[in-house]
Structure formats: structure tokens, C-alpha cells
Ligand binder design. Structure first.
Ligand code: NAP
Length: 464
């Protein structure tokens, strides 16, 4: 059998289910989402050990991730019930000639069609088979073809089997959710270019995401590609914050950097400080807080290699403050330091180190910090500690942070992304290939809806 046959079959099933699902009532869609949430929770005792075997993320974290994934599925159900997917904007007819005169118009939202979803490796539940991309696409009325991540194949199959059981129990077509596993890179590309695929959702590496984004755009009819490709998440700690409680801040930052062995898309990878004694003291405290931490093993051997390579590239261009080797299974934390001028001049210092590492960047003034942010260009988050006073300088810093980030934090750490309607998880390239959209939070559903203006339409045509 050709390698493409299972993909053709999965996409054909999705395409067949698409018209029915596009017209399914809010109640039917919400019932499915809630059914999937409950089934996931009901099977957590079996799923957590399986996920731990394949990802090493630990039972506590994985249990929390199941809770988040179920919360997210139910949240999209509620969001649907509040009318999000069926907003209709009406412009009544106005008699007379244009531009004031016009026919009646109704702007409705229609589902795009089958979505190809590439699971992420680092969130085996929340960004995988039943994760946020799947939940938002199903909520929008689009079937989903999941490309399973090779880092957790057995878990993907187990979660998929649970979901298939829910579809069958609710009398819904199998094609609403199909799974493509053991697919080669070529087969992944084939899926993106399949004529019946209408959009792609992706979370992963810059290299993989860029390759698939290009394929989506090289189709005879290009399709939307919602990719999250990497982020270095600068955290700016100004003396005003450090002088208050630098020891506690150093511990908080060390925990955030090493959480999940640093395998978070929002992991703080660049710490920007102003030259001076407050910053020097903080660097010492951060190094001391990091040194005893031994993170758990990384998700895959490939990621461990990738981390070693990325940190070696930074080490070749910066001073090493801490380079804990770790053990055979897991790297130890790493901390490097460079000047703002070097960071701005050398692209190698702006590469993502996906793992428990960060680069300290020392700037001479706030203006240079703005240049550091400008050099980064695109990131999921920027954190500003000590910029709360309403001053022209802080306003400029906040604007600079907004220019490059989807989320700007004034306290706390960027790891931990709340699922709610106000969330924005994206940002300029490469943090997202579609910076006007989010992949976390209820606005994620809007990615899979396309506006259509109905002019002089009969009332029934406005229905979903
Ligand atoms: P990845 O290598 O980009 O893989 C993600 C998905 O895309 C997988 O299904 C992979 O297939 C597929 N893929 C990758 N390259 C492809 C290509 N050229 N053509 C077709 N399909 C392709 O990402 P990953 O394995 O999750 O992690 C690797 C690196 O990505 C990490 O070290 C880290 O730097 C980064 N990462 C970033 C984020 C983020 O949130 N931005 C999250 C996770 C990882 P396979 O299953 O066959 O590998």
C-alpha cells in the first residue's frame, strides 16, 4: 500500500463529514466537546503512565495537563453557546444611491473545512490529539486530521481510540477526527498539500514549521497555515524591581526556566538587565538558584541533541556563567551572558535554546533595551519587571514589547498560559506564522472560520 493511502483515506473521511459538521447545531458540537472532555478524564489513570513512559514529563504535570485539556474542551463548548461561531453582522438596506444607499447585507461566518493538525511534542495532551487546535477546529465546525507526533505515538493512538468511542456513542461520523500516524516527513508534506485540506495548525520547530508553511503556500490554491515555530521570550528585570526582592525573583525565574526541563514555548530564554550593582547581585542569585536544579529527561533524544547544539552555539558567542552538565538522561541548567551590542549584532545569540537555559543580556540604558527587543523581532511573550510607573520611558518600553510580542507581562513569569477569551498566544514571525491569530484561548476558534457577506439574501440563507 502506498504511504499516501492512509492519508487519502483520512482526508476523504474528513471531507465527507465536513458539510454535516458545518451545519451541526451548537448543541451537538458542544455535546461532543463535553463528551471528549469527560472521556479523557475518565481514562486518565491509564493515560498518565503511558504518557509518562513516552515523554518523561511526570505524573503530576501530566495529570495537570489532562485537567487543562478537559477544561479547554468544555471552555470551547461554553464559548460556542455564547454565540461565538455564529456571529452575524447585519447592515440594513438604505434607499438611495451609493455610497450611502445600499442593499441589505449580512456578514456570516462559515467553517473552512478539514483541518490538518500537527501535534506538538511538548504538550502530549494539551497540544496533541484532543488539544487546543482540535478543540477549536471542532468547535468552529471543521473536521480534524491529526498528524500524530512521533514522540508519543502510543499515547496518540490511545487518546484517538477514546475519541473515536465518543464519536460512535454520540452517533457522529468517524471522519470528524482521524489520525495519521507513522507518517514520514514526506507524508506530512503530502497531507499539507492535499487538495481537500482547507487549513493547517502546527506547533513545533522553526525548521519543520517553515518547511510545511512553504508547502502550504506552494499549493495551486494556498491555504491558511497557523504555525507556532519558536520563541525566546525576553524577560526585562529593571533595578526598580530587583532592588525590592531580588532573591525571590531569582528563585521564581530559575523555576520557570527549568520547568518541564525548559521545554515550554514560553520558557524565558533571554534575561535583559541594565548594567549596575542591582543586576550583578541578581545574576549571582539566579546562578545560585539554578545550580542545584536537576531537570527531568528531555522529551526525545533528538531534542537533547538539539539543546546541546543550540547551547553550544550561544556558548561560542557569549560568556558561560553556569553550565551544569546534568546526567546521562537530562541536561543541567545553563546560563550565559553577552552585551546588548553583541546580542544585536549576532543572530546566533537570538536562536532558541529549547531546554533549561537562558542568555543574560546586559544593556547600558533603556534605549538599548528597546534595540534588543527590536532585534528579537517576534516572540510569544515579553516580561517587564519594574516598568509599572507611568513614565515616558516605560511607555516606550511597553510599546517596544507590544511590537514584538503576543503577550506582555508586568509581573510573574511567562510559563503558564491561561485558557480564556482574553488570551493571545502568538506574535510576529517566528512565534507565529499568522500573528493576528491565537492558538490558545477561545479566540483560537476564529482561525477556522471564514467570513461571507450575503447580499439581498433570503432569511434562511443566513442560517449555518
Ligand atoms: P518538529 O521537529 O518541528 O516536529 C513537529 C511536527 O512536524 C512533527 O509531527 C514532525 O514529524 C513534523 N515535521 C517536522 N519537520 C517536518 C518536515 N520537514 N516535513 C514534514 N513534517 C515535519 O518539532 P518537535 O519534534 O516538536 O520539536 C523539535 C524542536 O522544535 C525543539 O527542539 C524545539 O526547538 C522546537 N519546539 C518548539 C515548540 C514551540 O512551542 N514553539 C514546541 C515544541 C518544540 P515527526 O513526528 O516525524 O518528527
Amino acid at each position: 500500500m502506498s504511504e499516501h493511502a492512509p492519508i487519502d483515506q483520512a482526508v476523504a473521511q474528513a471531507a465527507e463529514a465536513a458539510p454535516l459538521w458545518a451545519q451541526a447545531s451548537i448543541e451537538v458540537r458542544a455535546t461532543l466537546l463535553r463528551g471528549l472532555a469527560s472521556a479523557l478524564e475518565a481514562n486518565k489513570e491509564a493515560l498518565i503512565p503511558l504518557a509518562d513512559e513516552e515523554t518523561h514529563l511526570g505524573a503530576v504535570r501530566l495529570g495537570g495537563e489532562i485537567a487543562r485539556t478537559a477544561y479547554q474542551l468544555r471552555g470551547f463548548a461554553e464559548h460556542l453557546e455564547q454565540g461565538a461561531a455564529h456571529t452575524v453582522v447585519i447592515a440594513e438596506a438604505i434607499a438611495g444611491t451609493p455610497p450611502a444607499g445600499r442593499p441589505p447585507l449580512a456578514r456570516v461566518l462559515r467553517p473552512l473545512g478539514p483541518v490538518a493538525m500537527f501535534s506538538a511534542s511538548n504538550f502530549p495532551f494539551a497540544f496533541s490529539v484532543l488539544g487546543g487546535d482540535t478543540a477549536s477546529a471542532l468547535a468552529a465546525g471543521c473536521p480534524v486530521v491529526v498528524k500524530a507526533h512521533s514522540g508519543h505515538p502510543r499515547l496518540s493512538r490511545a487518546v484517538f481510540a477514546i475519541a473515536a468511542g465518543v464519536l460512535a456513542a454520540q452517533g457522529l461520523p468517524e471522519g470528524l477526527l482521524t489520525l495519521v500516524d507513522k507518517a514520514s516527513r514526506g507524508a506530512g508534506g503530502y497531507l499539507v498539500q492535499h487538495p481537500q485540506i482547507a487549513a493547517v495548525a502546527f506547533t513545533g520547530s522553526y525548521q519543520g514549521g517553515t518547511a510545511l508553511w512553504k508547502l502550504a503556500n506552494e499549493r495551486p490554491r494556498p491555504i491558511p497555515f497557523f504555525g507556532e515555530l519558536g520563541s525566546i521570550n525576553p524577560l526585562i528585570a529593571l533595578p526598580q524591581a530587583l532592588e525590592r526582592d531580588s532573591a525571590a525573583l531569582a528563585h521564581t525565574l530559575a523555576s520557570s526556566m527549568t520547568l518541564g526541563c525548559g521545554q515550554f514555548c514560553t520558557s524565558p530564554g533571554v534575561i535583559v538587565l541594565l548594567e549596575g550593582s542591582a543586576s550583578d547581585g541578581f545574576i549571582g542569585q539566579l546562578r545560585d538558584a539554578l545550580a542545584p536544579i536537576q531537570p527531568h529527561p528531555m522529551l526525545t533524544a533528538g531534542m537533547r541533541d538539539g539543546f546541546e547544539q543550540a547551547s553550544a552555539t550561544v556558548a561560542a558567542n557569549a560568556a558561560t556563567l553556569l553550565a551544569s552538565a546534568g546526567n546521562a538522561a537530562a541536561p543541567g541548567p545553563r546560563l550565559y551572558e553577552a552585551s546588548a551590542a553583541a546580542f544585536i549584532a549576532k543572530p546566533a545569540l537570538r536562536e532558541e535554546m529549547f531546554g533549561p537555559a537562558a542568555l543574560i543580556v546586559k544593556a547600558k540604558g533603556l534605549g538599548e533595551i528597546e534595540q534588543v527587543l527590536g532585534a528579537i523581532g517576534g516572540t510569544l511573550t515579553t516580561t517587564l519587571w519594574g516598568a509599572n510607573d507611568d513614565t515616558p520611558a516605560n511607555r516606550a518600553l511597553v510599546r517596544a514589547a507590544e511590537n514584538i510580542s503576543g503577550r506582555v507581562l508586568f509581573a510573574g513569569v511567562p510559563t503558564g498560559v491561561a485558557v480564556c477569551a482574553a488570551q493571545q498566544h502568538g506574535g510576529p514571525w517566528p512565534s507565529s506564522t499568522a500573528p493576528q491569530t491565537t492558538s490558545v484561548g477561545y479566540a483560537a476558534l476564529e482561525r477556522f472560520l471564514r467570513p461571507v457577506a450575503l447580499q439581498d439574501a433570503p432569511a434562511w440563507a443566513l442560517q449555518p
